[in-house]
Design a binder for this molecule. Structure first.
Ligand code: FAD
Length: 362
């Protein structure tokens, strides 16, 4: 195995297009990325270029493709080469038809078997391994969510490769950018592993759309699967609001709402705006709302068109989950709150006065 490289040759403050992100730092290679790779490795990488191909693990539920998978397919397209898509589970055949119509997908591999339901890592990993051996892709990708984060590290260990996690940019087929230190630095990672295993941050890539042609659909090889864990069930909170991870508008409340009743104000404003509801960890920990709403380093990463932070101070761990939002509005009674350094629009005021007024006027 060739060692994966994660090399930094410099650290500099970068002046980014948006002044609000000037506090960020970026690690970058001072010279072209492959300048110190051994010649044999460079030849290997160059040789590999003509054989580029990606295998993408397709997540689906209720016969619908998970939206994050559509972002992952675009990352695969940016890498280059043909894309194969692996669809597994009892209704895989149905989903495969939809996947076959997506732009860039050239082959759909189907494992139509209930043993692959619910993305159980113990079952999917041997399947992925069998498909990888049969297809020999140079890149294997999945979304950087709880599914991808369970399956790909096991797969990486089995083929003795190093996973590149949470990429936000494809530089070329060997080089990727990913945030580190809760998004305070950007790491440029160059890998010379023969199979690059990658999880993709959905909010950083657009979604793949239907193409003009239909991909070929074939059966996956049947691996030996021994599953010791069992799917028991899931509790899903269903609502009419848009899904937090993919919503165009997110309204988030922080500790300052003071109570569950206070958090209702956030929900009312969100409903008026057709927005998803988010929260800081402080609001979640205080029990004002469900923990599925948490935005940040240990919560969801969002990048909506509009993010409204209400009574949220702007701790670095919260910013890690929303700083890539296109327009940020902050409402806080403290004019020196750190969130205002990032906000495009700042409103200094008491949320218990401002939010009811917004609800009334919108
Ligand atoms: P506070 O920091 O208490 O801020 C409340 C704000 O409300 C203040 O700015 C105050 O001026 C303002 N305010 C008060 N009253 C009013 C009012 N009436 N009207 C308007 N404004 C008012 N946090 C996250 O959010 N997400 C994460 O994923 C996350 N992960 C973490 C991981 C680790 C390992 C650690 C150590 C911490 C993490 N945190 C996370 C916690 C984070 O450090 C902060 O503690 C948290 O974000 C603070 O939440 P807050 O802004 O709601 O509360």
């Amino acid at each position: 195995m060739l060692p994966a490289l994660s090399r930094f040759s410099g650290l500099r403050a970068i002046s980014r297009a948006s002044a609000k992100k000037d506090f960020l730092f970026e690690y970058f290679p001072i010279q072209p990325p492959d300048y110190s790779i051994k010649t044999s490795q460079r030849l290997f990488a160059l040789n590999q270029r003509s054989f580029l191909s990606s295998l993408v693990y397709i997540e689906h539920k209720d016969s619908k493709i998970d939206p994050s998978t559509l972002n992952t397919l675009v990352a695969a397209k940016q890498i280059g080469g043909p894309i194969s898509a692996l669809v597994a589970g009892s209704n895989a055949q149905e989903v495969a038809q939809a996947v076959s119509k997506i732009d860039g997908v050239e082959k759909v591999i189907v494992a139509n078997n209930p043993i692959f339901d619910h993305n159980l890592a113990e079952a999917i990993t041997p399947l992925l391994l069998a498909v990888q051996k049969a297809e020999n892709p140079t890149h294997v990708l999945a979304s950087h969510n709880s599914v991808g984060k369970r399956i790909l590290p096991r797969f990486a260990a089995l083929i003795d490769s190093q996973q590149i996690s949470d990429i936000i940019k494809v530089v070329d087929e060997t080089t990727f950018v990913r945030p580190i230190y809760a998004g305070n630095a950007l790491e440029t990672v160059q890998s010379s592993d023969s199979v690059k295993i990658i999880t993709v941050r959905s909010s950083s890539f657009p979604q793949a759309e239907a193409g003009s042609s239909s991909a070929a659909v074939s059966e996956a090889p049947t691996p030996e699967v021994s599953v010791k864990s069992k799917w028991i069930g899931e509790e899903v909170t269903k609502g009419d609001r848009p899904e937090l991870g993919s919503a165009k508008i997110v309204v988030s409340g922080g500790r300052a709402v003071k109570s569950k009743e206070g958090f209702d104000l956030i929900q009312k404003l969100a409903d008026k705006m057709g927005a998803a509801v988010g929260a800081s960890r402080a609001a979640v920990d205080a029990g004002y709302c469900d923990n599925s709403l948490q935005v940040g380093q240990t919560g969801k990463i969002v990048a909506p068109q509009l993010y409204i932070a209400i009574g949220i101070s702007g701790a670095i761990q919260h910013l890690a989950g929303m700083k890539d939002s296109k327009v940020i509005v902050a409402i806080n009674k403290d004019a020196d709150a750190p969130i205002f350094q990032l906000a495009d629009y700042s409103l200094v005021g008491d949320l218990f006065t401002v939010v009811p007024e917004m609800i009334e006027k919108i």
